[in-house]
Design a binder for this molecule. Structure first.
Ligand code: ADP
Ligand code: MG
Length: 288
């Protein structure tokens, strides 16, 4: 049987928009010493804006944005949403064929009979397209048309205001290690980690790399220490399922992520994690 206090704890948490799927996760929260965050949509808003367009010979800005928006037509990734917003026109899905969204890479699709790639450097490398690396501070989306590098679209995301406070609160509650994982580039990742005073940062990762890092960090835990992973659920369902405690953001997150998670933060605020730890501590007090 489940001690009554746990029901109180779960009920109390739900009043704060924190859904806990079972009493043992509250108990585990009491022993958390490492918190691993996904970047996009978790520590950052996940709402990108196009900040610059740089084309190669033979392509105009308008053409580049049009190819990119059409390539992203079927994606709901935050990057795709920002590119479609910048394009601003309706897209006829009948012009699309052989659509492929490769997590941690981007999109490959036939647009009006041309093969368009929209994604990061890894995507172009995978398709053997020669390109010029771009050092811009922002998330750089590389575009290729029929294997020819056409240019880049640079987009920027903002750190959530709540993230700064959340990390400070968690540290004050004795969390020993805060880590950020991201598929985004190293320059962006390190700038954000520094602004938030995170202890460790790993960038340019594929979903499988995120799982491997969480496994490594779990193996490093001492005693009863537990690891919590917090993600928005876009591309991170496997790692949510693998972590001691998988925590999903409820607003942006996909149904698959909410399914894979042990705890859901309905308001998308990382500081709710500090609240959940408080509630877990209080619940422990009334049970034992
Ligand atoms: P994060 O780890 O920050 O949550 P993702 O795993 O969702 O990011 O994506 C990692 C990287 O893969 C992105 O930074 C981007 O370079 C590329 N990418 C993923 N999906 C797309 C897409 N739909 N369009 C363009 N690039 C994408
Ligand atoms: Mg993500």
């Amino acid at each position: 049987s489940i001690p009554l206090g746990f029901f109180g704890g779960i009920g109390g948490a739900s009043k704060h928009g924190i859904l806990v799927k079972g009493s043992h996760y509250l108990e585990a929260l009491n022993n958390v010493d490492t918190i691993v965050f996904d970047k996009t949509g978790t520590l950052t808003e996940g709402v990108f804006e196009v900040t610059s367009i740089q084309t190669r010979d033979g392509f105009t800005d308008e053409q580049l944005i049009e190819y990119a928006a059409k390539a992203e037509a079927l994606s709901n990734h935050p990057i795709a949403m920002s590119i479609k917003k910048a394009y601003g026109k309706e897209i006829d899905h009948n012009i699309l064929d052989a659509y492929e969204e490769i997590s941690g890479h981007g999109i490959s699709v036939n647009v009006d009979g041309k093969t368009v790639l929209a994604g990061n450097e890894k995507l172009l490398q995978k398709h053997h397209v020669a390109y010029l690396p771009n050092e811009e501070t922002g998330t750089v989306v590389y575009i290729a048309v029929d294997k020819v590098f056409a240019g880049v679209i640079v987009i920027s995301d903002k750190i959530k205001k709540d993230s700064v406070e959340a990390i400070q609160l968690l540290k004050s509650k004795g969390i020993q290690k805060t880590v950020m994982l991201t598929g985004d580039n190293k320059v962006i990742a390190e700038r954000i980690a520094k602004e938030l005073s995170l202890d460790e940062v790993y960038s340019e990762l594929l979903p499988a790399d995120k799982v491997a890092i969480v496994e490594k960090l779990e193996a490093e835990e001492v005693g009863n220490g537990k690891l919590a992973f917090v993600g928005d659920g876009i591309n991170d369902a496997p790692v949510l399922a693998r972590a001691d405690i998988g925590i999903a953001m409820g607003g942006l997150g996909s149904d698959a992520a909410i399914e894979a998670a042990d705890i859901v933060l309905m308001t998308d605020e990382p500081s709710k994690l500090a609240k959940a730890i408080d509630i877990a501590g209080f619940t422990k007090m009334i049970v034992w």
